[in-house]
Design a protein around this ligand. Structure first.
Ligand code: GLU
Length: 367
């Protein structure tokens, strides 16, 4: 049985496909979480539904499709959503605590550790953290954007061993089950590759933000951090209890065996990548096989605009994304020193932040 579980509940699950939050359904989900809590399992909820609750509360107003409209709906809905979770967990004598985060809250390691401490404190007091994106203040730049990716971030912050993505679909299928009668549920996925992503694209549920693609992104991140991931339908009886007991109730993504070490996890979780650094074949080989840092000499091109300390993708020319890491130089500097020997950096820039573009300790291979 798993010991620490993030249960991600999408809007489609919480509304049962209607326009309103479905209270009996939420009570049923809380009951299952309470049972696990009683058995000694640490539970964290990643809940959607703030915007949906706000819309219902204001009686479905016609609003311009702006960020401010969403922020307003979330501001109205989040407190109602939280009040409901508070009531439903209170039935079982369980305290809950609200945590609202945006990507900016995990952008640097200090803030990441701060968020992790808050979650740790709640769990050590047997309080169930109820997490959502802080939609009321989040703008596009600082948003995680969807609660699938947010839940992966929570799994990393909490060091969870299971991320349970509860949705309106039984899992991932070999084809779209709505149009293809031969579509089969895939019980277990070991590699999240391009063909799987193609399969998942296009399947999107009505009310929420995410679809299967964002679930695959979340699964990819969480399993690299050492958590198993399961996608399952909220309509399956006792789905949370059964998933946590290890029953095959959906599509399972086993954790990667040598997970990214703790210190590096926030690179995986936190900041959006601000740009891409292209590297030549020699540098790609050194990163992949020799555990080396990326030197300016191996950089062939720089895309996007980023600051020193921002997270960037590393891509082999014409190849897939190879790694993610923190650049020691901003994009303008890196453009000027690309292809240079490290010893030349000072001559070219008039200063140096050291010989590497991305240090090995600040980098995660993504292959
Ligand atoms: N944070 C949004 C909300 O609570 C939902 C985002 C999502 O469902 O992915 O309304």
């Amino acid at each position: 049985m798993y010991k620490r579980v993030v249960v991600k509940l999408g809007t489609s699950v919480l509304t049962g496909g209607s326009r309103y939050l479905n209270r009996p359904q939420m009570v049923e989900l809380a009951r299952q979480c309470a049972e696990l809590h009683r058995q000694g399992c640490d539970i964290l909820i990643c809940t959607s539904g703030a915007v949906a609750a706000g819309r219902a509360e204001l009686n479905f107003p016609q609003l311009p499709p702006t960020v401010a409209s969403k922020q307003m709906l979330a501001a109205v809905g989040q407190s109602r959503l939280m009040f409901m979770w508070e009531q439903f967990f209170d039935i079982y004598g369980i305290h809950v605590g609200q945590i609202l985060i945006t990507r900016a809250d995990t952008e640097n390691r200090r803030r990441f550790l701060n968020a992790r401490d808050a979650i740790g404190a709640l769990l050590s007091h047997k309080i169930v953290p109820i997490v959502n994106e802080n939609d009321a203040v989040a703008t596009e730049e600082i948003k995680v954007g969807d609660n699938d990716n947010l839940s992966a971030l929570v799994a990393i912050l909490a060091d969870a061993d299971l991320l349970l993505l509860i949705t309106d679909q039984p899992g991932l299928f070999t084809a779209d089950p709505r149009t293809d009668p031969n579509a089969q549920l895939i019980p277990e996925v070991h590699t999240i590759d391009e063909s799987l992503k193609r399969l998942a694209s296009g399947s999107k549920s009505g009310l929420g933000v995410g679809g299967m693609i964002t679930k695959l992104q979340a699964a990819d991140i969480a399993r690299r951090a050492g958590a198993d991931v399961m996608i399952a339908a909220g309509s399956v009886p006792n789905v949370i209890l059964r998933a946590v007991a290890g029953e095959p109730v959906g599509t399972r993504f086993p954790a990667i065996q040598s997970p990214v070490e703790n210190r590096k996890r926030w690179i995986l979780a936190g900041p959006a990548s601000a740009g891409t650094v292209m590297v030549d074949t020699g540098a790609a080989h050194a990163l992949r096989h020799s555990g080396r840092s990326l030197l300016p000499a191996g950089v062939t091109a720089v895309e996007g605009s980023f600051e020193r300390g921002d997270t960037v993708f590393v891509r082999e020319v014409d190849g897939p994304v190879l790694a993610r890491g923190i650049s020691r130089y901003d994009s303008d500097d890196l453009k000027r020193i690309r292809g240079c020997q490290s010893i030349e950096i000072n001559n070219v820039l008039g200063y140096t932040y050291g010989s590497v573009a991305i240090h090995r300790n600040d980098m995660i291979l993504l292959e």
